[in-house]
Write a protein that binds this ligand. Structure first.
Ligand SMILES: [Zn+2]
Length: 141
């Protein structure tokens, strides 16, 4: 897509700090890192979000994410690695080209804001009602 910053990175029109690349995906350092080592993995074929991306690209991203996560584990020895993927402006997706965040939590670093939510038991009736709504809408793609 012409005006997409990540497509421009894929084409080499905008530089990135590459971590890994294969025929289908590119992984590079996030320039606004939540923690040291924060890396993005993107498909080389443009897709805006989870509703647009092909199964092939999605598979390629997740297989690559396992490889990058293994490298992070070896290189950084983090406490853990969060995989985060945002779909839509309402959940703060900034670049409208599918991307998976790999965010390591370095040893001794504070807990990630996105993994530190409080566990509060929900209303089981409401949980079941909403789950039933989703289950009723599930379709095999
Ligand atoms: Zn794009």
């Amino acid at each position: 897509m012409e005006d997409c910053i990540f497509c421009k990175i894929v084409k080499g029109e905008i530089p990135c700090t590459k971590v890994y690349e294969n025929d289908d995906v590119l992984a590079f350092a996030d320039i606004n890192p939540i923690r040291d080592g924060h890396t993005l993995i993107i498909p080389k074929v443009h897709a805006e979000n989870i509703w647009e991306i092909s199964g092939e690209s999605l598979t390629a991203i997740h297989l690559a994410s396992r490889k990058v996560a293994a490298a992070m584990k070896k290189a950084l020895e983090p406490e853990g690695i969060a995989f985060v993927q945002l779909n839509g402006r309402g959940v703060n997706q900034i670049v409208m080209h599918y991307h998976l965040h790999l965010v390591p939590r370095p040893k001794g670093a504070p807990e990630l804001p996105l993994t530190g939510w409080e566990m509060i038991p929900g209303d089981m009736e409401k949980i079941k009602e909403i789950a039933d709504d989703i289950a009723g809408a599930v379709q095999i793609a």
